[in-house]
Design a protein around this ligand. Structure first.
Ligand code: HEM
Length: 459
């Protein structure tokens, strides 16, 4: 990460040589925007996406620009604002139940707990509640193993080391096979049962009805589900775990968050849809976590034709990199970038400038911007508020370890001690009918000087 942070001083576009490989790191936010807004020239590709394709098939994350428009149009409706409003209730139910059994003084691996929570939320959204507890645990464990093994596979350009039957390679292979098997049986079970109004339902309808989406094949149904499981679980889990880690290290921010949560929830164990717009500080803390520790920290593109960037000619097939982490830690855009300061995202003296909003790209931008940005912001805000209303988490004695970057960035295991907060709200039984249509989330007032198309301001 220090190496990444050293690059902007070398220029807006820095050529890197990794042995025989050449790549260009884009270090200036305006150039990153230019690249991301021109997805025809800077397409998904390179060894990172080739390896992801081996795992996820040709779904919306990995497909090239040509196939992308249709795929995105197919999935987008399930992530529109009114759908996310429907999901808020189930996010709250799951967050409340994730911390209901915790005991005073207990050591909790907050990363593992958040992986479990996000697996439940995502699987309910993708295929209602068709996963029993054992299968959900298998999904969670498979995802953890895959994510750990994936990064090395995306950066090492040869396959041979991964074909050797080492214990780690065998674990990885087993996890991949298990996840594919679970997805296959979820699809088969749904075909035998009644149609449902969830993302799997959307995919199966499109595969059956044809029409504009006639190209949706059986294989695509599988690929999109595995894609969304892989992208939808880990990043929000790391985000919430990082948020609690950062809050525990910043008592002033933690106090402010607790007092907001207490005032807004007023004794309720979880926020409802209407509370979200009033959880401004909580949302700012989530946003600042995404700035400080963006789960998606490094991505590649490949040029589809010879082009020019920052006055430099890039040949066709050039690998171009961008890193939200690098942009978010550049003091040119964020003063004292290592400091966790949710106030950057609220009106006041520390408020981020328009230039900082341009540099803030945890969800990327352009046509390949995160499909789940608004979903993830709602999910993380609900989880932080529901947990913080009952529990204060603090680190074990000793220095807090730095997260090791893998395919995502964040604490893969983070033991914390939970202490009940005074006035802990009483649990309520889970409410039902989580997926019935509800009112659209009221859009938050945005400051037009600072709001940007970066997936946070517009989420
Ligand atoms: C804190 C949570 C999340 C973060 C930080 C995050 C970040 C990102 C980023 C940076 C990209 C762009 C990657 C690139 O440029 O190559 C992306 C793409 C994507 N994300 Fe997320 N994501 C999060 C949560 C989610 C969730 C919850 C879902 C779905 C349930 C999701 C689904 C996707 C999909 C499908 C794409 C590909 C979009 C396309 O190419 O059209 N993400 N995400």
């Amino acid at each position: 990460m220090d190496f990444l942070n050293s690059l902007p001083a070398r220029g807006d576009l820095v050529e890197l040589r990794l042995g025989p490989l050449r790549a260009w790191m884009v270090c200036h936010p305006e150039l990153v925007h230019r690249m991301l807004m021109d997805a025809r020239t800077f397409d998904k590709g390179g060894s990172q996406y080739d390896r992801l394709r081996a795992l996820m098939g040709d779904g919306v994350v990995t497909c090239g620009q040509e196939a992308h428009r249709r795929q995105r149009r197919l999935l987008q409706p399930d992530f529109r604002a009114s759908r996310i409003a429907d999901y808020t209730e189930l996010m709250g139910e799951e967050a409340e139940s994730a911390c209901r059994e915790w005991r005073a003084g207990q050591e909790i691996d907050i990363s593992a707990a958040m992986m479990a929570l996000m697996t439940r939320v995502t699987s309910r959204v993708l295929f209602s509640d068709s996963l029993d507890d054992t299968t959900a645990a298998q999904v969670r464990n498979s995802l953890s193993t895959i994510v750990r093994g994936l990064f090395i596979r995306t950066v090492v350009p040869v396959d041979a080391p991964f074909r050797v039957p080492t214990p780690a390679n065998r674990r990885y292979r087993r996890a991949v096979d298990r996840l594919h098997g679970i997805i296959d049986s979820v699809i088969a079970e749904r075909r035998r049962g009644a149609p449902r109004d969830d993302l799997l339902g959307t995919l199966l309808r499109s595969a059956r009805d044809g029409g504009e989406d006639a190209e949706v094949t059986e294989q695509e149904v599988h690929d999109q589900l595995i894609t969304l499981l892989l992208t939808g679980v880990e990043a929000p889990a790391l985000c919430v775990a990082s948020a609690f880690s950062l809050l525990a290290q910043h008592p002033d921010a933690e106090r402010r968050l607790h007092s907001e949560v207490d005032a807004v929830l007023a004794g309720q164990p979880r926020p409802g849809l209407d509370d979200l717009s009033r959880l401004a500080y909580t949302r700012a803390a989530v946003t600042e976590t995404l700035r400080h520790s963006p789960p998606g920290w490094l991505f590649t593109r490949v040029t589809t034709r010879e082009t020019e960037l920052a006055g430099c000619r890039l040949p066709q097939g050039a690998t171009v990199l961008y890193s939200p982490y690098l942009l978010h830690h550049d003091p040119a855009w964020f003063p004292s970038p290592e400091v966790f300061l949710p106030e950057r995202w609220l009106p006041g003296p520390e408020q981020a400038t328009a230039a900082s909003h341009r540099a803030m790209l945890p969800f990327a931008t352009g046509s390949r911007k995160c499909l789940g940005n608004a979903f993830a912001m709602a999910e993380a805000t609900v989880a932080v508020a529901a947990i913080a209303s009952r529990w204060r988490l603090h680190h074990l004695p000793g220095p807090v370890g730095l997260p090791r970057p893998a395919v995502t960035l964040g604490p893969r295991s983070l033991p914390m001690i939970c202490e009940p907060r005074s006035g802990t709200p009483v649990s309520t039984p889970p409410r039902t009918s989580s997926l019935t249509p509800r009112a659209t989330v009221t859009s938050r007032a945005q400051d037009p000087r600072t709001a940007g198309d970066n997936g946070v301001d517009d989420a």
